[in-house]
Design a binder for this molecule. Sequence first.
Ligand SMILES: NC(=O)c1ccc[n+]([C@@H]2O[C@H](COP(=O)([O-])OP(=O)(O)OC[C@H]3O[C@@H](n4cnc5c(N)ncnc54)[C@H](OP(=O)(O)O)[C@@H]3O)[C@@H](O)[C@H]2O)c1
Length: 456
Amino acid sequence: WLGGVDAVEGVVVAEDEAFWSVVESGEGGALAEVLGLDAGVVEGVLPALVDWRRSRVERSRAEGMRYRVSWSVVDGGAGVLSGRWLVVASEGVAGERVEACVGALVRGGAEPVVVVLDDGELDRWELAGRLTEEDGFGGGFAGVLSLVGLDGRTGVVGVPVGVAGSLALVQALGDAEIGVPLWCVTSGAVSTGRADGVVVPEQAMVWGLGRVAALEFPQRWGGLVDLPAVWDERVGGRLAGVLGGVEDQVAVRASGTFARRLARVAAGAGRPGEFASGGAVLVTGGTGALGAAVARRLAVRGVPELVLTSRRGLGAPGAAELVAELAGLGARATVVACDVADREALAGLLGEHPVTGVVHAAGVVDTVPLVGVGLEEFAEVLRAKTLGARYLDELVPDAEMFVLFSSIAGVWGSGGQAAYAAANAYLDGLAEARRARGLVATSVAWGPWADAGMLV
Ligand SMILES: NC(=O)c1ccc[n+]([C@@H]2O[C@H](COP(=O)([O-])OP(=O)(O)OC[C@H]3O[C@@H](n4cnc5c(N)ncnc54)[C@H](OP(=O)(O)O)[C@@H]3O)[C@@H](O)[C@H]2O)c1
């Protein structure tokens, strides 16, 4: 009988579809016939029906494309390890952390070989030499556990030491031909839910970088493990379990081991509210493709004043035309040339143009295989996104709308885009951190847009 029920429902759905396709055709006569009404009666409501249908179809299509990160409790694994494990840390990593991880490896059955790098050794080529030496003392590591990502200091060219060091390590392991799985440890890179700790965006960057390393070097990739701030023996046992297990993006907490998943967002859930303040909105990258699209949408939604920034400002192609178009839609737009990674310039801009909403769409992308990317070009891709977002967070903390344009590259990685992935993971992490502070923030990790933008 289940089949019978399905069949009846199928007929209803098919009839509904037939009705709505008549509406979509916009032919009043045909609709009047279906409804058994006078054509004159139908003509009056038809445009409203067509609009209603179009907006519902668009919304449900858009909603069908939405995913979110979720966390599943998983079996922590037996935690049985063997062989020599290379444990790499840097000067900025707390000694207790190193000891705790070494203890966990020993209890798991592994034989750790610890290397604590001084700042000079965090250079790729220095590091490759050091690793070759270590490997020479018997060689044959079973795995590499990197604690370098935990180093929270700011390093050269503004890249956090933990991120720059992790990049150097991934490259140096390749140079030293150490082809065993690399596991990268962080703390606070992710949050498994409301009861979990606050996300540290710089730690999230290590995950963005790691996801790209996983795609580019699957044969020598282990995974990403996020550890809690407070350590106990159970955590150590779970860490060993993860290193010997099958999950590759894991948060170890006092309450259990959590594996990262991507889940569809249920229709209607998390639907954004309207921005109703009536204040001005800053769109960074506002003369770019997506920034301009957002500006148009905001104008249509009644935002009276828009401040659009990019480094070229009015010199960007189409900027003047965009201002005129936005005026036609009812919004007064001002285009200001400003590098959002320059805090002073951004503060000056916001002093002159106070805003109540922010859409941070400024960004650049570059595609360079991990094996060849240099730290300066890495930093160059980070700047607009990470520094821009950080300064906006600091300068407009109480924004009523705070939207960050992120990318799927940060969510599941993208070959050749390590810096871009790290930058976008930072944005996602910053949105989580702001929310934990009780502030508004939404990070939208877009897939590739059609027709226009940096990927066309
Ligand atoms: N297009 C896509 O398919 C896609 C997919 C996922 C995510 N996204 C994200 O969406 C955002 C917009 O992308 P898009 O496709 O519109 O790219 P786009 O057309 O290249 O626009 C990027 C804008 O950012 C500006 N910009 C770059 N660095 C800046 C800086 N330091 N200070 C101020 N402005 C700066 C650029 O202008 P100037 O060069 O004049 O500064 C440009 O206006 C980016 O963050 C991107 O990562 C896009």
